[in-house]
Write a protein that binds this ligand. Structure first.
Ligand SMILES: *Cc1c(COP(=O)(O)O)cnc(C)c1O
Length: 364
């Protein structure tokens, strides 16, 4: 049996909508699917406005650019995230300030955020790591008291909820990725969502070379080409029609992992806080020191049996571009002990059972 980490499920109207783009010649970034995808995805996120872009990384960069963040500014980010979060801050010239995570959610620790604020701090980027929302109530409270912007990195958490409210709508701007392994995919793609009309307008302006809407080829500022194509948006519209089902598949896979792995000594399972609805982008576990095998031995052992997994992200603060000399114990421990198990929507109950049995029997 070969079990991939994740594969997209494209069995809705994806082919029909993409074919429509090709038959009508609307293959570039103008076309009705782009606007439709923006409106429908924003509504799904309980937001008024959506701005489609080429990927999740540029969504983050554009959000910071829209907020006029740049050289001399500081932006607080969790160290434990995919590296794109910190890179997007660097693209603006600002400095990412790394904070530790909390063991309860594996997301940035609000106390650490508050302690990291300086007169130069302009924004916080909470990341909803592996599909579990960050503690947004406390983060928004800190942001209000210190007059900071909040850009949610929701690239891994489409449809996740904090106290019944969808991620992306909790901060000032929410950023999503539609990369092939994300909750829904457009191949490559991304989106900003917001309830602030002025921010949405500025994002639309900057993403298309900052062209004056009243005067063609007049560019009052330096903009970007961060456009999404109509073909990609067509995929997105079709995926969005099925998003509730795609999320429910991941949640039901998580329930099966939880029940089958609950009593295995030495494994810590992915948390879900009572106030959270996680979308379990990657079903994840920690291999504790008393399990008997190290995390890397487990990865190698599962690989020999045909099971594809991933180690957790390295903390950003230890990688060459960012090496700060900080010691962030929770981020470092997560990174050392964590792995993502097969998680995609195409997984079967038998496959999950097979993986759980290997972890129980330590049959590596
Ligand atoms: C995937 C991801 C991104 C970047 O998205 P791309 O579409 O690959 O550019 C950013 N942040 C996090 C947390 C991600 O997981």
């Amino acid at each position: 049996m070969r079990i991939p980490l994740t594969e997209p499920l494209l069995d809705g109207r994806e082919l029909e909508y993409v074919t429509e783009c090709i038959k009508t010649n609307w293959v570039s970034s103008l076309g009705s699917f782009v606007t439709r995808f923006e409106n429908e995805f924003a509504a799904f996120c309980q937001c008024a406005y959506g701005v489609a872009v080429s990927n999740g990384t540029v969504a983050l960069h554009l959000a910071l650019a829209v907020l006029d963040i740049g050289l001399g500014d500081e932006v607080i980010v969790p160290s434990f995230t995919f590296v794109a979060t910190a890179n997007a801050v660097r693209y603006t010239g600002a400095t990412p300030v790394f904070v530790d995570s909390e063991p309860r959610t594996w997301n940035l620790d609000p106390d650490a955020v508050e302690a990291a604020i300086t007169p130069r701090t302009r924004a916080i980027i909470p990341v909803h790591v592996y599909g579990h929302p960050a503690d947004m109530g406390r983060i928004m409270d800190i942001a209000r008291r210190h007059k900071l912007w909040v850009v949610e990195d929701a690239a891994e958490a489409h449809g996740a909820e904090y106290r019944g409210q969808r991620v992306g709508s909790l901060g000032h701007i929410g950023c999503f990725s539609f990369y092939g392994n994300k909750i829904i995919t457009t191949g490559e793609g991304g989106m900003l969502v917001t309830n602030n009309a002025a921010l949405a307008r500025r994002a639309q302006f900057l993403k298309d070379h900052a062209m004056d809407p009243e005067r063609r080829y007049w560019h009052p500022e330096i903009g970007f080409n961060y456009r999404l194509t109509n073909v990609q948006a067509a995929l997105g519209v079709a995926q969005l029609e099925r998003i509730d089902h795609l999320i429910e598949l991941r949640r039901s896979h998580a329930r099966q992992y939880q029940s089958e792995l609950a009593d295995v000594p030495g494994l810590t399972l992915q948390p879900e806080e009572p106030w959270a609805r996680s979308v379990y982008w990657m079903y994840s576990i920690l291999i504790q020191d008393d399990y008997g095998y190290t995390r890397d031995e487990v990865i190698a052992g599962l690989k020999r049996k045909g099971v594809d997994t991933r180690p957790f992200f390295h903390p950003s603060h230890v990688m060459p571009p960012y090496r700060t000399g900080q010691h962030l114990p929770v981020a470092e421990e997560l990174s050392r002990k964590g792995l993502n198990l097969p998680s995609g929507p195409t997984l079967t109950e038998e496959q999950i059972h097979f993986v759980c049995q290997l972890l129980k029997d330590k049959a590596f």
